[in-house]
Write a new protein. Structure first.
Length: 289
């Protein structure tokens, strides 16, 4: 069986064709532009490839209720050009194959559980910190869903004492995404993240916000592994700062061998599938399980 996979992100779409064994046979990356530009490129990539099914991991919010008339439609996303865009219906009509849709971070969590850095546990959280911030949860064989998919990037966090930046989220200003995603870094400091690599105060503040979020997720969901990906997390100095902050914020309240100085490096980790967690997750989603 030949499967199609789409990781739809705020900066780029990763398009793939692969097998039900998880092998990517062909891949292309295109920028996330206006849907009138991006979607025809997606359709052109898959046409003639002979795919039997398509899995889509979409940036959110996106309608993932299969019983809904608007299944696969973007909702009040910070990518304003995509608000209310019927991505699922458009792709299904054009490609004439069954489509499975979940959030981009949910499918990344799924693929890390299947093939990556969470194969040895039953529960994991995948967090991406890039153009936006999102988190997906994989618990005992399925992704976490309810009213919709989780929107963990828009929780409230306590402001850093030295931070006067108003926030970059078009809906909430100073939610986690508004204070710690890539656009917030650039707007606050006047430079892109990669140009700020040697500025310790930038990453201390970033770790302060991200560690608060992880602490809340640990309290609420109690995952056995937390995986952090996305463009901002390529700043490797963030990992030890986040781990240190998480342990200090928990202050020993959650008793687990994972949440100790000895084990925290194995608890909060980078993706095992590197930049392919999302597209491989979409491939896994497309499998007729």
């Amino acid at each position: 069986m030949k499967l199609g996979a789409i990781e739809a992100g705020g900066t780029k779409f990763v398009l793939g064709v692969g097998t039900d064994q998880g092998d990517i046979l062909e891949k292309e990356i295109i920028p996330t532009e206006h849907p009138d530009i991006t979607v025809p490129k997606i359709i052109a990539f898959f046409e003639g490839k002979g795919i039997d099914r398509l899995g889509v991991g979409g940036f959110g919010p996106i309608d993932i209720n299969k019983q809904s008339d608007t299944y696969g439609q973007l909702q009040k996303t910070p990518k304003l050009d995509w608000v209310d865009y019927p991505l699922g219906a458009t792709l299904k009509e054009a490609l004439q194959v069954p489509i499975e849709i979940d959030s981009d971070v949910n499918v990344a969590a799924m693929s890390e559980a299947k093939w990556g850095n969470a194969t040895d546990v039953d529960t994991c959280l995948y967090i991406t910190v890039g153009t936006g911030i999102g988190a997906g949860a994989y618990f005992n064989g399925q992704t976490l869903k309810g009213l919709s998919h989780p929107e963990m990037g828009h929780i409230r966090v306590i402001r850093h004492p030295d931070d006067n930046f108003e926030g970059a989220c078009p809906y909430h200003k100073d939610c986690l995404e508004g204070l710690a995603a890539g656009p917030a870094l650039e707007q606050r400091w006047g430079k892109k993240g990669q140009e700020l690599a040697d500025d310790e105060k930038v990453w201390e503040m970033e770790a302060y916000y991200l560690a608060q979020a992880l602490t809340n997720y640990i309290y609420i969901l109690s995952p056995e592994r937390i995986i952090m990906g996305g463009g901002v997390m390529k700043q490797a100095q963030l990992f030890p700062l986040i781990r240190k902050n998480v342990l200090e914020m928990l202050n020993g309240y959650v008793s687990s061998p994972y949440l100790t100085e000895k084990e925290i490096d194995r608890y909060i980790v980078a993706p095992g599938l590197t930049d392919e967690a999302g597209v491989k997750g979409a491939l896994y989603l497309a499998m007729d399980r």
